[in-house]
Design a protein around this ligand. Structure first.
Ligand code: ATP
Length: 363
């Protein structure tokens, strides 16, 4: 039988990026070597703050073009605080890429690990499992390069919500709620997170949410203000299922999610559009620990597991989807072992040891 060939574009990035990407590719190659129905090939593409320092370009057009021809994109982390644009902001090619590829749905799962870190003391928080969908192409990030400071007296930025992207985002989120309900054998729920009581743009966002909800009558649709959700994520996160929100709110809440998981080093993500998808950890390039062998590769490995699951679903390749689920299980199992517990979660395991623990759990 002819194997399905999946081409993966790889952005190694800055800081700890290359350190966590290398073991992730090794794990993926292990799956590819034993798979009967699919194969993986990898192409490394230049981008990032260091690349900008060398060439004056943090996201070359050639890299974007090559990424567009790939079946999926793996990205570790980009940006370095000491390399900045003339206006003082950091290079964020990962955000530019989301906009370039129309990756409107940033999927940020929040879950706890068996025998892993337990940040919230309530026993009901021992088994958390919810998902945050962060709109990733507009909101307060839409005009991110156009903020102005006027006469050194005030600064202003714009927030943009469009009907088209919001409809795509909500439809994606309703479908995610449906598929999770099926998988977990429970009612489907989706909550819109906004600030519709204060801002006209969020009122528009909420209205579109309610209009789309009418097309998904099997999903219980609700809405809550972002401040109340932030409190709920700490006080009773076990009541949450699928949440959908604007870009900036999602940026903040996903770090809160990573915090209740135990560390940014454990939190995976996927940025998904209609044609392309990028899989990357929620964390940044962590320059404070780069080159020391301390980076936790778990979030990167779990993001790769999401990639396999997504490829499997998109291309109707059961083996790829199953490999993704096996990898997720192996990684979550390894995270609970001493050799899989990184410094960031109070353990003593470095990058190599954690990657090995995942490999061992796989075999
Ligand atoms: P960005 O704004 O690009 O998301 P950030 O400013 O939030 O980045 P990070 O680079 O994510 O910052 O790092 C925040 C903290 O978390 C740092 O102390 C860093 O060392 C730690 N950290 C991030 N990722 C990891 C990881 N994979 N393993 C261990 N520690 C990590």
């Amino acid at each position: 039988m002819k194997k399905q060939q999946f081409k993966v574009a790889v952005f190694n990035g800055d800081g700890i990026g290359p350190e966590i990407m290398a073991p992730t590719i090794e794990v993926l190659q292990r799956f590819a070597a034993r798979a009967k129905t699919f194969s993986l090939s990898f192409e490394s593409l230049p981008a990032g703050a260091l690349w900008h320092e060398k060439t004056g370009d943090c996201l070359p057009r050639e890299s974007i073009a090559a990424a567009k021809t790939a079946d999926a994109i793996l990205l570790s982390a980009m940006g370095l605080p000491h390399i900045r644009k003339p206006d003082g902001t950091e290079m964020v090619p990962q955000i530019d890429l989301r906009m370039e590829l129309d990756l409107f749905a940033g999927v940020r799962p929040v879950f706890t690990f068996e025998n892993g870190p337990q940040i919230l003391s309530d026993p009901r928080a021992a088994k958390l499992d919810f998902v945050l969908v962060r709109e990733s192409t507009e909101g307060l990030f839409a005009h991110k390069d156009e903020g102005v400071v006027v006469d050194d007296q005030y600064a202003t930025e714009q927030l943009r919500i469009t009907r088209k992207v919001s409809e795509q985002l909500f439809d994606f989120s309703f479908r995610l709620a449906q598929s999770r309900a099926k998988l977990l054998n429970r009612p489907a729920k989706l909550m819109c997170v906004d600030k519709a009581n204060v801002f006209r743009s969020f009122w528009f966002f909420r209205e579109i949410f309610e209009q789309r909800a009418a097309h998904f009558s099997d999903v219980e649709a609700s809405a809550m203000y972002v401040d109340a959700v932030a409190m709920k994520m700490v006080q009773s996160p076990w009541e949450l299922d699928v949440l959908v929100t604007e870009n900036m709110f999602g940026d903040i809440l996903s770090d809160l999610g990573a915090g209740i998981m135990g560390s940014l080093g454990l939190a995976p993500s996927a940025d998904i559009g209609l044609d392309h998808a990028v899989f990357q950890p929620c964390h940044g390039s962590a320059p404070d620990i780069a080159g020391k062998g301390l980076a936790n590769p778990m979030a990167m490995i779990l993001s790769a597991a999401m990639m396999l699951e997504w490829l499997g679903e998109k291309h109707l390749c059961n083996e790829a989807a199953e490999s993704g689920s096996q990898l997720r299980q192996a990684a979550t199992q390894a995270a609970g072992l001493p050799e899989g517990r990184g410094y960031d979660v109070g353990g003593t395991a470095g990058t190599e040891s954690i990657a090995q623990a995942v490999m061992d759990a796989l075999s």
